[in-house]
Each structure stands twice: as C-alpha cells, then as structure tokens.
Design a binder for this molecule. Structure first.
Ligand SMILES: *[C@@H]1O[C@H](CO)[C@@H](O)[C@H](O)[C@H]1NC(C)=O
Length: 320
C-alpha cells in the first residue's frame, strides 16, 4: 500500500499503531484540555481514539435479520458471526445489496464498513437512504474504488424532492480498506450531517426559509456493492479489472436509531422525544465544527458549491 502518498501522512496510521498513539493523545489531551492551541491533527486523532471502541463489534448489536434483509444478489451475500457481520460480493455475474425492513422519518443512521481491499477501480460501495418515490429524497455515501495503491474517494450526495446534483468528494485520512470505520448520517428537521467516525464531513441545513427543498419523505436504509465503472473512477476512464473478482465489502452494526414511518406524514418523527432531534443535534458543537473546518481545508477534492463551470452562481444552500 502506498496510498499514504495521497493523504495526510501525519494522521494516516495503521491499526496496530493505534493503542500507543491513543494513549499518548488522550494523556496529552487531558493535560491540555484548556488549551485552545490543540493542533488539528491531535483533534482528529482524539476523535479517532474516542471512537476506537466502537470499531469492534459490540456484543449488544442485533443480528442483521432483526432490522435488515437482502434485496439483491442473495447468492453474493454471506452472513458471518451469527449475522453480526454481512459480506457483500460482486463478480461479473452480479453485485449485491441489502436494505432495512422499515423506512424512517428521522434518525441517526450508521453502519461500520470495510471496503474491498484489492484493486477495486470501478467498484462502488454504497450506504444510503432512499425514499424510492417519484420526486425522491436520498442521502448517499458512495465509496469509489480505485487501483491498488491509489486512494478511494468518498462521494456524498443529497437529493431533496427529486433534486440532486449536489456531489461532494473527499479523500479519507485513513485507509478504509484496512479496517472497519463507522459512517453515519444524522437526519432531523434542523440538519443533515454525514460523519466519518466522529468527524463531520458534510452538513446540509434545513433552509426551507430561503426556498431550498429539505428532505421530508420516509427513507429506507440501503447498502450495496455495484458496478460504477461508467463514471466512478477517473470519470469512467478506469474500468473494473475482473481478474481481481470477486470484490468483497464487509458491514457491521445493524442497530438502527431511527423513527419508523410507514406513510408520507413524517411529522411525528420530528418529536423532540427522539434524542437525535434534540437541541444538541441541531447544530455542530465546537469540536465538531473545528474538525469539519479541517475536512473542508484538507480533504475535499470536489465540491459542487465551488464548481463554477457547473453553477455560475452557487446554489442557495451553498451560501452561508
Ligand atoms: C425545516 O425547518 C422549518 C423551520 O424551522 C420547519 O418548520 C420544517 O418542518 C422543517 N422541514 C423539515 C422537512 O424538516
């Protein structure tokens, strides 16, 4: 692996380096909690360390069957560890996918994912929410595979009432093929936040007051491994190397923190009795804000908000 070359070497680390680094960082953090000069990379490390405990499967996690079902390519899906882990695979004959049994009107959704660990150019590993309606709402994490040694990109997109074209892409500060990491989507009536472990990488605020559609339809949680070679890697120029098949991605963490919603009225899901709707989750806190600023400064490789060839004036949601 030499993908370090393309990401930040200072905070790129291998799993076996974590315990030592974390002990050191936590100690430093305790010593400096009042210092506002804590470096950005330490913040990142601290976030990484704090979440470290959730990387392993928790004993309390429900099995896959409790909340999810296979929706595509069942002969390419394997259940591991009594359903605590699911492996999707893809070869020339098929990809595969699963979805939640219910749809949700708000929530804080997460999956732990480990991406295909070989030459995966053209392969897309997706974790998303989708209303499957005519003018649909959708929130996407799409991991775009790459040649061995080149980093995967993480693309996110937001569709509200059928309108998408809001792609953003980042590079990650770790190798997502080496270990499980937690990818999360917070959705309440105030904001949508995409997280990588504890780090916010994208925020989409409810700006209905300035005429921007906001997501309001019940959505299903979906994950899949599919053929995106027409667009995903180098704009579609780098194709899938089928000699590397089958491609495999693993998923864990099948607990769902969400408000189930069977009909189009999601109003009951805005109730403040759901913890993810509370004031605390209405805005980023100061630590999250700084980590988010760091992502915007160092890791974003594409942002529709600053693509002037596409939008001569940025769409209204891009303005502060
Ligand atoms: C967006 O925010 C407005 C004003 O705060 C609120 O009335 C509305 O319900 C929110 N919309 C959605 C779809 O959550």
């Amino acid at each position: 692996m030499s993908s370090e070359d393309n990401v930040q070497p200072s905070i790129y680390m291998h799993a076996d380096a974590v315990p030592w680094v974390c002990t050191r960082i936590k100690r430093n953090h305790r010593a400096n909690t009042s210092s506002v000069l804590m470096s950005f990379s330490s913040l990142f490390l601290l976030a990484f360390c704090l979440v470290g405990g959730s990387v392993a499967t928790r004993a309390t996690d429900p099995s896959f069957d409790t909340n999810y079902e296979i929706t595509w390519g069942s002969d390419h899906v394997q259940s591991i560890n009594q359903g605590r882990e699911i492996q999707l695979s893809m070869d020339k004959s098929s990809g595969s996918g699963f979805g939640s049994k219910f749809s949700y009107g708000s929530g804080f959704f997460s999956l732990r994912i480990k991406l295909p660990d070989k030459d995966s150019a053209g392969i897309v590993t997706a974790f998303y929410l989708n209303s499957h309606t005519d003018k649909h709402d959708e929130l996407d994490f799409e991991f775009l595979g790459n040649k061995q040694g080149k980093p995967n990109s993480l693309q996110t997109n937001v569709f509200a009432n059928g309108q998408g074209n809001r792609e953003q892409r980042i590079l990650l500060w770790f190798d997502p093929t080496a270990n499980f990491h937690t990818y999360k989507i917070l959705w309440n009536q105030h904001q949508i936040v995409f997280f990588v472990d504890t780090v916010p990488i994208r925020v989409f605020k409810n700006k209905t007051n300035i005429g921007v559609n906001y997501l309001s339809q019940p959505m299903q949680i979906v994950a899949s491994l599919w053929n995106g070679e027409s667009w995903a890697t180098d704009g579609g120029k780098t194709k899938i190397d089928w000699s590397q098949a089958p491609f495999k991605a693993q998923f864990q963490g099948f607990n769902i923190d969400g408000c189930t919603s069977q009909n189009s009225n999601t109003q009951p899901c805005y109730s403040s009795s759901y913890w993810w709707n509370s004031e605390k989750y209405g805005v980023l806190d100061s630590i999250q804000e700084r980590a988010y600023e760091g992502v915007k400064r160092k890791y974003i490789t594409y942002d529709y908000c600053s693509d002037r060839s596409r939008y001569q004036t940025p769409p209204p949601e891009c303005l502060q």
